[in-house]
Design a protein around this ligand. Structure first.
Ligand code: HEC
Length: 136
């Protein structure tokens, strides 16, 4: 009887563990693998670097010099496209389903990094960006 309880408790722990992982963690794990392949010295993503990327002013596009141009200076607030259409806040705490659909994440990194930076973002930049917006 006692053994059964112990086993039930163990099963509960084992079953609960995967609940902490999720689509956002899977996406970050994929970028971590790619970042490590690009640089064996990769030591993990960094929210401060992600914040710098978010705020950085660039020269590739005159009307979209920064991620914050559309996503606004505060990721906790709603942004706006150049055409004036509302964009939900980028911070995960404000928009919980942010960065949970890999196809959507890749589509918009592709589009927006090329507009703002004039090039693709690296796996390191993508991971830093998501880490920053998950930390707010
Ligand atoms: C010209 C306006 C504009 C700029 C500038 C911009 N974005 Fe976006 N971004 C959008 C729009 C529109 C969406 C899609 C709507 C949404 O997700 O709410 C979006 C969505 C995203 C998403 C998908 C989020 C998710 O939930 O999966 C990522 C990632 C992203 N942007 C990254 C960036 C990065 C990085 C920069 C700066 C290098 C940037 N964006 C600059 C307009 C912009």
């Amino acid at each position: 009887m006692k053994m059964k309880l112990v086993l039930a408790a163990l099963a509960a722990v084992v079953l609960a563990a995967p609940a902490q992982a999720g689509p956002r963690e899977d996406i970050l794990q994929g970028y971590a693998t790619a970042a490590k392949a690009a640089d064996p010295g990769f030591k993990g993503f960094d929210a401060a670097r992600g914040k710098a990327l978010y705020e950085q002013q660039n020269t590739a596009s005159a009307d979209a010099p920064s991620c914050s141009t559309c996503h606004t200076a505060s990721p906790l607030k709603a942004g706006k496209t150049r055409a004036g259409k509302a964009i939900d806040p980028m911070a995960v705490s404000a928009t919980p389903d942010r960065f949970t659909d890999p196809a959507k994440v890749e589509k918009w990194f592709g589009r927006n990094c090329n507009t703002v930076l004039g090039r693709d973002c690296t796996a390191l930049e993508k991971g830093d960006f998501i880490t920053y917006l998950s930390s707010l």
